[in-house]
Design a protein around this ligand. Structure first.
Ligand code: AMP
Length: 471
């Protein structure tokens, strides 16, 4: 649950709007207000304060917001209310027609949205179902045949069931694209367009994305009609409540370091991100050998295996969840004290999403990253995106890892805030770095002026790619 004050990372001006707003002032129905009250939601989050009124008015919406900002309720509440008010639901003896479609990139996110809809839509009589791949289609088909008001789906399986004639989208009044940037990254652009071509032209469309690169703007231009734009979290800022630290460690010693860190009882519940599915499995095996039980979640695991892993992690049966980026977004588990980047992501945006799994709902959290020599380019990209240098902690001496040369600060990076030393870890002081020391040898010997111009161009285009502008 989010706190009644603005959670970390939200734009100040927007937080003020939210603080002055109550759910009642957003024109939500008495029934929804009662449900929100029973959920313990006191005030709308900034994205809710901004998005609910225009969506209730029937406007299209372009929302720049990440998970963790309360965006699911921001679209679910007005969606439920509009379906109720326009009331063609639940008539006896007539088969329900599906009137709202929500597309999401992953099964986990789709399942979470469906769960939220079920919670918020309690007592409304609306019926929803969730459709995703990786499981047998029989149950999903049965639910579709029984008739549902709302479908939450990942694009691939939905298209599959549409092709088989099980889905009728001709009565759709509202379409929501959630985490649109992620869906595009996962190659869903063609399925999205194919699905959209089967929907009525006259409909309300909401598009949410954590970043606003040009391809998302193009998609928005082609699918939204005169949208209201709302924006709450500039993606290039990691939430201030998350304490970040970094170890320079060779790849082959990462599992030793992880095992050592896991002895710390402050790591109550942690997600460990690996680059590959096989890497995740290998790490799980290594940890099992030293007596650490883990749950694993990645694309090669069946849906029931993923569900079991999540359940074990949620219940505390497994304190460590090993995941690939499939879980970086959408995963909403309370009380994740630490996120550990066993491998740094090659996309800097993914770093923000990964570490956002901790420090949720106003709680503090800790993000620990392991960086091998070959990952230093990724580290620089992350620090450029966040505009902050991640503080380096020395690998504990007991592990006997050869000291690695610290990375040279990029010019734009800020010096880290002073921190209290922690034993047995020792901090590397950037002042100890040798002058003109390079983290990686430069290939090719490009002239300095040219290099500077190129990296400036890259920085500018990266900023443009990720910024969310409210119009
Ligand atoms: P989301 O960004 O939709 O993934 O939501 C993040 C978390 O915040 C979920 O666990 C929601 O239940 C919770 N939440 C959403 N809106 C509010 C609110 N207005 N007040 C308190 N908690 C909320």
């Amino acid at each position: 649950m989010l706190p009644s004050h603005a959670p970390g990372g939200l734009a100040v001006v927007v937080s003020e709007i939210a603080l002055l707003t109550t759910f009642a002032s957003l024109d939500l129905s008495a029934q929804l207000l009662k449900t929100l009250d029973s959920q313990g939601y006191e005030t709308p989050t900034p994205i809710q304060a901004q998005a609910i009124p225009p969506v209730l008015e029937g406007r299209d919406l372009l929302g720049c917001a990440q998970t963790g900002t309360g965006k699911t309720a921001a679209f679910s509440l007005p969606l439920i209310q509009r379906l109720m008010t326009n009331g063609r639901t639940g008539r006896k003896h007539t088969r329900r027609r599906t009137r709202a479609l929500i597309l999401a990139p992953t099964r986990e996110l789709a399942a979470q949205i469906e769960e939220s809809l079920r919670t918020y839509g309690r007592h409304t009589g609306l019926r929803q179902t969730v459709i995703y791949g990786g499981v047998k289609q029989h149950r999903q088909v049965r639910q579709l045949q029984a008739g549902v008001d709302i479908i939450v789906a990942t694009p691939g399986r939905l298209l599959d069931l549409m092709d088989q004639g099980y889905v009728d989208l001709r009565a759709i009044e509202m379409l929501v694209l959630d985490e649109a940037d992620r869906m595009l990254d996962m190659g869903f652009i063609v399925p999205i367009r194919q699905i959209a071509s089967k929907l009525p032209q006259e409909r309300q469309t909401l598009l949410f994305s954590a970043t606003m690169p040009p391809k998302i703007r193009q998609l928005a231009d082609s699918m939204l009609h005169n949208p209201v734009s709302v924006s709450v979290t500039p993606t290039a800022s990691a939430a201030p409540l998350i304490d970040q630290e970094l170890y320079h460690v060779p790849d082959e010693r990462k599992s030793d370091l992880l095992t050592h860190l896991l002895q710390d009882s402050k790591i109550v519940r942690t997600v460990v991100f690996t680059k590959t599915k096989h890497g995740a499995d290998r790490l799980a095996t290594k940890l099992a050998r030293v007596g650490v039980t883990t749950a694993t979640i990645h694309g090669n695991r069946s849906q029931s295996q993923r569900e079991r892993s999540l359940a074990a992690f949620r219940s505390g049966q497994s304190r460590v969840l090993i995941a690939t980026d499939v879980a970086a977004r959408g995963l909403d588990v309370e009380g994740i004290s630490h996120v550990i980047n066993y491998n740094l992501p090659n996309e800097p945006d993914a770093y923000i999403h990964r570490i956002g799994r901790t420090g949720r709902a106003g709680a503090t959290g800790q993000a620990i990253s392991f960086c091998s020599r070959s990952e230093r380019g990724y580290l620089r990209a992350i620090e450029r995106l966040t505009g902050k240098r991640i503080e380096t902690t020395q690998v504990p001496e007991v592990l006997d890892v050869p000291k690695d040369e610290p990375i040279v600060l990029s010019k734009r990076s800020e010096s880290p805030a002073p921190r209290q030393a922690r034993t047995p870890r020792r901090k590397t002081n950037s002042r100890h770095a040798r002058p003109n020391q390079r983290a990686e040898p430069r290939a090719g010997g490009t002239p300095t002026s040219k290099r500077k111009a190129t990296s400036k161009r890259k920085r500018t285009s990266k900023r443009k790619r990720t910024q969310c502008h409210t119009q």
